[in-house]
Design a protein around this ligand. Structure first.
Ligand code: ATP
Ligand code: ASP
Ligand code: MG
Length: 325
């Protein structure tokens, strides 16, 4: 998706640390403190609710296919060979999440670096980087409602926390007054209704229309999101915030071998890239779950009122731009 980020004046690509003026260094430091409170609050909120905190992986034989997804825009997939085997850098840890939540970690999260070489024109969305971090979590036995209610509470709590603990920073950034703890539960829209209202551009139009975060459900995409065979509806959910756009994506999951393989065949996803997942599913070892991933930089950019998502990265990774560091 493409998003017009709230910005006045000319669009500016974030500068590297060594090129910042003194006032830009002050601004960067304020954003850094907002980011710290985001991480502190989210990790406390989840560990406090009984989540196990796992560390991320970088190289794997299986990663997110990121296909089919109408919004996907990957210029290059990074693969390399180690010890005679082909591995890929993490596009998302979704496959690991399905396996982990089915076995030793029924309720966990991970701060997971994702490498997605987005098409270079995505520099102009202000909302994409080619390295970012997802706070990715999965809950065995959960449904969509559980995840939505949990994250409504977490987002509202985060805003209250940030306004208290990062008051000076948000004030400097001009965001203290406009940032309000949202009313819960959030409204939910079916993607089909949004298509009827806004057309194919709904992902960019919706953020311009809303004043509070909203859920969007029933979005056709990768095999692992649950598709109800009776209705054809997808049991998934994305969270959109005003002016910026999507900050979280998640779903209830498929776990049955026959359904997963049928979807892979339908979508042209290579089964040989998902050997372990399919073996577990065939043996009945994959368990029903639901979860989601939050883009940490996007969430921080929204809270801080950043001009470009790269502004919240100490070392920006803007599509099409390779900095020295
Ligand atoms: P978009 O449609 O905005 O390109 P996506 O739907 O392809 O994003 P997901 O695969 O759903 O992204 O990734 C999960 C979350 O990770 C997103 O909701 C978002 O917060 C974050 N994210 C995805 N791609 C990027 C990116 N290139 N830069 C920063 N954050 C991202
Ligand atoms: N993290 C997302 C999820 O949990 C998947 C993705 O990144 O595409 O559904
Ligand atoms: Mg998404």
């Amino acid at each position: 998706m493409t998003v017009t980020v709230e910005t006045t004046g000319a669009f500016e690509i974030p500068k590297p640390l060594n090129e910042l003026s003194e006032s830009e260094i002050v601004r960067k430091a304020h954003i850094g403190r907002v980011s710290t409170e985001v991480l502190r609050y989210l990790t406390d909120a989840l560990t406090g609710r009984g989540f196990t905190w796992l560390l991320p992986v970088i190289f794997s034989k299986s990663t997110d296919p990121l296909w089919p997804d109408p919004g996907a825009s990957i210029e290059k997939r990074v693969e390399t060979e180690i010890y005679g085997e082909t591995v890929r850098t993490t596009l998302s840890m979704i496959i690991h999440k399905l396996v982990a939540s089915s076995t030793a970690y029924p309720r966990f999260f991970v701060l997971s670096p994702n490498v997605r070489i987005e098409k270079r024109e995505r520099k102009a969305t202000g909302w994409h980087t080619y390295e970012f971090t997802q706070l990715d979590f999965e809950i065995r036995g959960a449904g969509s409602k559980d995840v939505k209610r949990l994250f409504e509470a977490v987002i509202a709590g985060l805003i209250r926390h940030a306004k208290k603990q990062a008051r000076r920073d948000l004030t400097y950034l001009g965001r203290y007054g406009s940032l309000k703890a949202p009313v819960t539960p959030f409204k939910a829209h079916d993607r089909e209704d949004l298509m009827a209202k806004y057309g194919a551009e709904w992902e960019t139009r919706l953020p311009q229309e809303i004043r509070e975060p909203v859920w969007v459900t029933n979005i056709p995409r990768e095999f692992y999101d649950f598709e109800d065979p009776a209705t054809g509806r997808w049991d998934n959910y994305d969270l959109f915030v005003p002016k910026y756009g999507e900050v979280l994506s998640g779903a209830r999951r498929e776990w049955e071998y026959g359904r997963i393989t049928a979807k892979m065949e339908r979508d042209g996803v290579k089964k040989e890239s998902y050997t372990l997942l399919l073996r577990m599913a065939k043996e009945g070892k994959l368990k029903p779950s639901a979860g989601a991933g939050i883009g940490v930089e996007r969430l921080t950019a929204w809270l801080a009122g950043a001009k470009h998502i790269g502004e919240v990265q100490a070392f920006p990774k803007v599509p099409g731009v390779v900095y020295d560091l």
